[in-house]
Design a protein around this ligand. Structure first.
Ligand code: CAA
Length: 386
């Protein structure tokens, strides 16, 4: 049975900061961000937009009423959870009006969670071919003002509908994972921002890739020559490029082709920043919507990496007519976001919800987005759908 991605959607918050402005404010050469990190802009989420509202918005963009009656599992992968106990998927299930007899869960392993969700969705469809699974990767990447990771921050969500006989991409059964108990990027329960061993994290990203790819090649017999394109986890675009170069150095011909596709696969990531679990799938969306070189049946290689660390290499094949299920004007939509100066970015991105003695929010800013957090009442988050 063919199982894979039938639909894919994306949502970013409506605010953005130009990294040239951030560089000027931090007294850093703008080329460090533009060329050194290969990033141009970063999405900024106000306090009324969290992983629930962004996830619901990404999913709402692709789901029909019929889909909502057929989905029987909602999986949200995230690093930036809103609750230690209740799954964001339960809030999203409610906001979208998905039929009640569904399983809704959250998965965590840094930037890898949604990839695990995709595998679970695939197994579920193999068992129940008539069902549909909604997999959402939703994150807000915040490192703090003037921190090393600040120019790689971002926010956004990717939603994928996983079904039998998918219309965009068939996922193959060639997955190879690796787990390494390391501390390269982590966030203790008492911390707002992650703790990072920056240089070590970049080395681990690449070493996990090269060692897992060796194992993948041994297991599957596939080589880089078999792939039309590669999508990697993109904490910042230069990291993905370095990863590709590390596995491609023994095959310059494939590396040249995959590098051309790579630049098409980071068009959106450069404008949004890191969205942790969703970054690899935003890269897929960018590839599909910005490449004219791809053909049906082309095979795409994936490298998912979550610090801590778990990684996975897998592949998928494009389905004839996949272009009909995309959104060709997405770049235009991204250009319409409100540009913030650096002091407004600092005020909006790092604003904290103030609670009174009953656990209720004082007053949240107005937000006209399709889904928004309106208030907290007795420690309960209250969302509204426009
Ligand atoms: N012009 C052009 N390039 C310049 C430059 C200039 N004026 N100044 C510096 N650069 C280049 C540097 O040469 C370097 O490029 P190379 O790595 O190719 O040599 C690049 O810009 C970055 O410079 P630094 O290494 O000096 O930057 P830094 O130390 O300030 O920070 C970082 C880099 C450690 C990655 C930091 O951004 C960070 O901590 N990021 C968060 C952690 C992260 O993203 N890790 C990635 C792997 S972990 C993961 O993937 C999970 C996840 O999502 C977090």
């Amino acid at each position: 049975m063919k199982i894979g991605i039938d639909k894919i959607g994306f949502a970013a918050p409506d605010y953005v900061v130009d990294l040239a402005d951030l560089a000027a404010a931090r007294n850093i050469d703008p080329n460090k961000y533009k060329l050194g990190l290969l990033q141009s802009e970063m999405a900024v989420s106000p306090v009324t937009q969290d992983i629930v509202t962004l996830g619901a918005r990404a999913a709402q963009a692709i789901l029909t009423d019929l889909d909502k009656t057929q989905i029987d599992m909602v999986i949200v992968g995230t690093e930036s959870s809103v609750d230690q106990s209740k799954a964001a998927a339960v809030f999203i299930h409610g906001l979208l009006g998905i039929q009640p007899f569904a399983r809704s869960i959250e998965m965590k392993e840094a930037c890898y969670g949604a990839t695990a969700g995709l595998s679970l969705a695939k197994s579920h469809i193999a068992q129940f071919p008539d069902s549909k699974v909604l997999v959402i990767a939703s994150d807000i990447a915040k490192y703090g003002i003037a921190s090393g990771g600040e120019p790689t921050q971002g926010a956004g969500a990717v939603a994928m509908l996983v079904t039998a006989n998918p219309r965009i991409m068939v996922l193959n059964n060639d997955n190879v994972c690796q787990t390494r108990d390391i501390m390269d990027f982590w966030r203790p329960n008492y911390d707002k921002y992650p703790r990072i061993d920056g240089r070590f994290s970049t080395e681990q990203y690449t070493n996990c890739l090269t060692t897992t790819f060796d194992h993948y090649q041994q297991k599957t017999g596939k080589t880089l020559a078999d792939f039309a394109a590669m999508c990697l986890h993109i904490p910042f675009s230069k990291q993905g490029l370095k990863g590709l170069q590390a596995i491609g150095k023994k095959d310059p011909e494939s590396l040249e082709r995959l590098t051309e596709r790579f630049h098409e696969a980071i068009v959106y990531n450069k404008l949004v920043g890191n969205i942790y679990t969703g970054s690899i799938f935003l890269s897929l969306l960018s590839l599909l919507e910005n490449s004219r070189a791809l053909k049906p049946a082309d095979q795409v290689l994936f490298y998912s990496y979550g610090s801590g660390a778990v990684c996975e290499i897998f592949s998928g094949n494009l389905v004839e007519g996949y272009q009909d299920y995309l959104q060709p004007d997405r770049l235009e939509v991204l250009k319409q976001r409100t540009r913030l100066n650096v002091s407004d970015y600092e005020r909006i991105f790092f604003e904290e919800i103030q609670l009174d003695e009953t656990g209720s929010s004082i007053q949240l800013p107005e937000d006209s987005s399709p889904f928004a957090l309106t208030k907290i009442e007795n420690h309960q988050r209250i969302y509204r759908k426009a």
